[in-house]
Design a protein around this ligand. Structure first.
Ligand code: HEC
Length: 130
């Protein structure tokens, strides 16, 4: 096991994320909210399969059209209708802008640091909302 180096890395990444958290509020918000999508869509929207196109690199309009249709119930969904109802137009737009800028790559190539940074951003946003 590599418990010790891993803990050190987590601490270092957490510190970096905290230091840079307020550099670009708009981007941080989109990234932070996007973390909620990671369990299903992968870190930074990079999970993809035949059934699930990647959110990474998705054009803003395509993302907004999909999310608004889910929220309004005009696009059939198993789960996304409920997910979409949790966000305002501004929040959806912030996520759309952020996802559009993410490079598409196989999720297997997502580094531990990228994953931890995404998680940290999500945890911070959750803390700020309360
Ligand atoms: C519990 C799993 C789950 C979570 C969490 C989730 N999604 Fe989804 N997403 C799905 C599934 C499943 C679909 C396919 C539509 C359906 O059946 O609801 C989908 C489809 C989508 C699509 C449409 C892709 C296309 O076909 O064009 C978008 C956009 C999307 N999700 C965005 C998001 C965003 C943004 C979040 C986070 C705020 C999120 N999803 C969170 C499971 C999830």
């Amino acid at each position: 096991m590599q418990t010790s180096p891993l803990k050190t890395l987590i601490a270092a990444v957490s510190l970096m994320a905290a230091t840079h958290a307020h550099a670009e509020p708009q981007m941080a918000t989109g990234q932070a909210m996007a973390w909620q999508c990671a369990p299903c869509h992968g870190v930074n929207g990079q999970e993809f399969s035949e059934a699930m196109p990647p959110l990474a690199g998705m054009p803003v309009k395509q993302f907004m059209d999909a999310m608004l249709a889910y929220r309004e119930g005009t696009r059939p969904a198993v789960i996304m209708d409920r997910v979409a109802r949790g966000f305002t137009d501004e929040e959806l737009n912030a996520m759309a802008q952020w996802f559009a800028k993410q490079p598409i790559k196989p999720w297997e190539q997502t580094t531990l640091q990228e994953s931890l940074s995404a998680q940290q951003a999500g945890a911070q946003a959750a803390g700020e909302k309360q």
